[in-house]
Every structure is written in structure tokens, then in C-alpha cells.
Design a protein around this ligand. Structure first.
Ligand SMILES: *Cc1c(COP(=O)(O)O)cnc(C)c1O
Length: 451
């Protein structure tokens, strides 16, 4: 039997060598999913009694598996919300894996957690929160939203003296991310739909009206505002929302999974006015803050609320020293990778000014493309963009033509850009999070759309 802990230096160097090469180079845009049955036929069974050996497993990865994936960091991946991790962040992610750090408890992860907390502190500073604010890195925006909402409900239950309403209710607009509905399902809550305005935003006024006239209002314990909706990049009226919620003691969580990076950019930040008064917000460094998957930051103005909701106790945990900062206490998890470290490493390496400038550069690019679309007779912008999502119509196109354009150019490796629905209409959508995307490249794509 093979000794699995005996180091095969050549194999390790092959794997790290591959990673190093990949970090230097853009991914092949000409790859993508194929049916599972095709992979069965192509590769066959890989789990065998004797093992297939590292070289063969690595060959399968590079030659067969990767071509059936679509890397998110290509500068011309403009679909969904792509990703643009820095080489420093990606390389350091490998180091974090090698270090085997249990990042759940201070006792085991102190140094790593200290560094993660400095990165979280920078995020808290962006919203002018005081020294008692704090948070944790979780796997994604979905988990951040669920953890924040569960904290909010736990606090509401305490404030209501342990008396539950007939239904617990989360208020949000239909533009909120699908993970809010998912959180409501997991928590068995209702969603009170607040009507979004013509700009797809929630306003304080609309929220106030919804709370005044709905039977569900009594059970509302949290409002989820969007700090950049996924579909259109719209930032809600955070000040107005806070004005309504503060007197009612309703928790305000701002889902900034995509848009939060704009807080670091001088031109983006004013859009978030009011965020300094909310209870919690989340932002995904794996989206527009140049970190690899999977990394979402969840921040609380008063982290004690989260610890009360999420701290785990049990016989084998009683020995844990609870004195330090235990990230496990602030979200739904116990074991955790110190997944904030790649973000921290890149931020520490390059400095916050480079981050501000990189986010500003993508905002500038979106603005330039916006101007081009406005000048085009065949393209019509449908939402004045707050951030870097552009949603527009190609005049004269039926829905099939959007999908045809998208599929054709995806297959050809030209651009990944997928249509969306806006007010019942199939339209085109571009998202910019990669400072390496160039205006001249987008101009060519606009030409393609116009012909
Ligand atoms: C992407 C996104 C999420 C979900 O984040 P994951 O990291 O994919 O779980 C939630 N909210 C918004 C606004 C998003 O853009």
C-alpha cells in the first residue's frame, strides 16, 4: 500500500508549477461545461482501489476537467458577477492551504485571525464604524446574508422578551438577491415585498408604506437593503431606510456582496450614504475586491449580537478559551479556513490606494461604455447605472437573438456576456469588476452588437 504521507517532490512541484503558470496567464476563454455523460465517456472512473497516481490525476485535471469549466477571471468575462483576483491573492491562497490553519477559534488561529481582522477593520473604516465593530469571513454572500438575518432574528426575539410574532418577516424588494428568499425559506420566514422605484431601488418612503399597510408588518425583524443589486447594480436609499427602521428597532442589513467594493472608490462611496447607521453589511472580496473564491466578509456594528446568536457550545468545546476573538461565533459555521487571508495578503501587499484606484478604474470603464451606449442608435441603456452593471436593449432584437449572440460569442471565446430579464423584457447585461478589461475590447463588442 502506498504511504500517502510520503512526499512526492516531483508531483508537488508539478502541481505548484501548474498553479504558478496559471497565475501568470489569462485562462482560455474557449472552454465551458459539457454534459456529465460526455465526461463519463471521456475520462471514465477515477476512484479505484489501487489509485490512479498523482500524475494521471493531474493530467485529468489539466487536460479533461479544466476544459469543462469556465474561469471567471478572464477580462472578457462580463457575465453574472465575474471575479478578478490579483496574482498575490491567488498565490497566497495556496500558502493558506499549506498552513493548515483552523480559523474558527483564536486559540488555534490567532495570528491568521488577527490579520483577517485588520482587513475587516479596513472594511469597517470604509463605513465609519467605531472600534467595537467586527465580523468574519464566510464562504459567500449567501452565507453572510443568512448569518446576518439569523443574528437579527435572535436579537429581535430577545428584544421582544422571548415572545414570537405569528410569523417572522424579512422586508426586501423583488430586486434583492435570490439568497434572501433562500434565507427566508431556511429560517421559515415570510418576505414582505417592498415596491422598488423606477430605478429599481428601495426608498424609505416605499418601505414606510409597506410597513404601514401590510398585515405582516408586526413580524418584521429585518430589512435587507441592496448595496448594488446583482441584476442592475442599483444601490438602495440607505439613509431613507435607516430613518424608517431606527425608531421601530428593525435591523438593517445591507447586502453589498457585489457592490461593496465601490465603498473604496471616491466616486462610488457617496452612493452608500446611510450605511454608517445600519446594523450589518456584507461584501464578497471574491467578486469585485480581487480575492479568489470563496470569500465573503460579514460585518456587524455590534458583533455581540452575532455571538449571542451563533456561538456554539458542547462537551468537546468547553475547553476552548473564549477570551480571544473566535470567528466561529459570528456566523453559521465552526471549522473554517482562514479564507480572508488571501484578501488580507493582497491588500497588505499593494496598499489601500491601489484598491481604491482599481475599483475606480472599473467604475470609469463602466461610465465610458455607458456613454458609448447612449451615443448608439441601436443600443438603449435601460437603467442609469449606480455602479458597473450595464443593462441595455439591442433595438430590433427578439429574445432568441440575445441568446444566439451570447452563445455564439461564448463558444468562440470572444466574450462571455449573458442576457437578463429587465421588467419582463430579455435584454443584454455587462458587468465590470476587472480593471484589466480594456475599453477598446468592449468597443469591439459593442460593434458586434450593433451589426
Ligand atoms: C452574488 C450575490 C450574492 C450571493 O453571493 P454568493 O457569494 O454567490 O453566495 C448575494 N447578494 C448579492 C447582491 C450578490 O450579488
Amino acid at each position: 500500500m502506498a504511504d500517502m504521507w510520503m512526499r512526492d517532490d516531483e508531483l508537488i512541484s508539478d502541481i505548484l508549477g501548474w498553479a504558478s503558470e496559471r497565475i501568470q496567464n489569462d485562462p482560455d476563454p474557449n472552454t465551458g461545461a459539457i454534459p456529465s455523460s460526455a465526461l463519463d465517456a471521456q475520462i471514465g472512473n477515477t476512484i479505484t482501489e489501487a489509485g490512479i497516481g498523482g500524475r494521471e490525476a493531474m493530467r485529468i485535471f489539466t487536460d479533461e476537467l479544466l476544459p469543462a469549466t469556465r474561469a471567471m477571471d478572464h477580462p472578457l468575462n462580463l457575465a453574472y458577477i465575474p471575479s478578478a483576483p490579483t496574482p498575490a491573492a491567488v498565490a497566497f491562497d495556496v500558502a493558506v492551504s499549506a498552513a493548515s490553519i483552523f480559523g474558527g477559534l483564536w486559540e488555534t488561529g490567532a495570528g491568521a485571525i488577527w490579520a483577517e481582522n485588520q482587513a475587516l477593520r479596513w472594511l469597517a473604516d470604509l463605513v465609519d464604524w467605531g472600534p467595537t465593530a467586527g465580523g468574519v469571513f464566510v464562504s459567500g454572500g449567501t452565507m453572510a446574508n443568512l448569518s446576518a438575518l439569523s443574528t437579527a432574528r435572535s436579537r429581535a426575539l430577545e428584544m421582544r422578551g422571548g415572545v414570537r410574532p405569528s410569523r417572522w418577516v424579512i422586508a426586501a424588494t423583488s430586486e434583492a438577491h435570490s439568497s434572501i428568499e433562500e434565507a427566508a425559506r431556511v429560517m421559515d420566514c415570510e418576505v414582505l415585498l417592498v415596491e422598488a422605484n423606477e430605478h429599481s431601488a428601495m426608498t424609505g418612503e416605499a418601505l414606510g408604506m409597506a410597513l404601514a399597510k401590510s398585515d405582516l408588518a408586526e413580524g418584521v425583524f429585518a430589512v435587507v437593503a441592496s448595496g448594488g443589486t446583482t441584476n442592475t447594480g442599483t444601490v438602495d436609499d440607505l439613509s431613507g431606510i435607516v430613518e424608517v427602521c431606527e425608531p421601530l428597532d428593525i435591523w438593517v442589513h445591507v447586502d453589498c456582496a457585489y457592490g461593496g467594493a465601490a465603498l473604496a472608490a471616491p466616486s462610488g462611496r457617496p452612493k452608500f450614504k446611510g450605511i454608517e447607521r445600519v446594523d450589518s453589511f456584507s461584501v464578497d472580496p471574491h467578486k469585485w475586491f480581487f480575492a479568489p473564491y470563496d470569500c465573503a466578509a460579514l460585518l456587524y456594528q455590534r458583533p455581540g449580537d452575532a455571538a449571542a446568536a451563533h456561538s456554539q457550545h458542547g462537551p468537546y468545546l468547553e475547553a476552548v478559551n473564549r477570551e480571544g476573538w473566535n470567528p466561529s461565533d459570528y456566523a453559521i459555521h465552526l471549522s473554517r479556513r482562514a479564507r480572508g487571508l488571501p484578501f488580507w495578503f493582497s491588500l497588505a501587499t499593494h496598499g489601500t490606494a491601489a484598491y481604491s484606484e482599481a475599483v475606480e478604474a472599473t467604475l470609469r470603464l463602466a461610465k465610458e461604455v455607458h456613454v458609448e451606449i447612449n451615443a448608439s442608435e441601436k443600443l438603449t441603456l435601460l437603467v442609469d447605472p449606480d455602479l458597473t452593471v450595464l443593462v441595455f436593449r439591442r433595438e430590433g432584437w427578439a429574445p432568441e437573438q440575445y441568446y444566439e449572440f451570447s452563445n455564439l460569442n461564448a463558444r468562440a471565446g470572444v466574450v462571455l456576456m449573458v442576457p437578463t430579464q429587465y421588467r419582463g423584457e430579455t435584454v443584454m447585461r455587462m458587468v465590470f469588476v476587472n480593471p484589466r478589461t480594456e475599453f477598446s475590447q468592449i468597443r469591439i463588442i459593442l460593434d458586434l452588437l450593433e451589426t
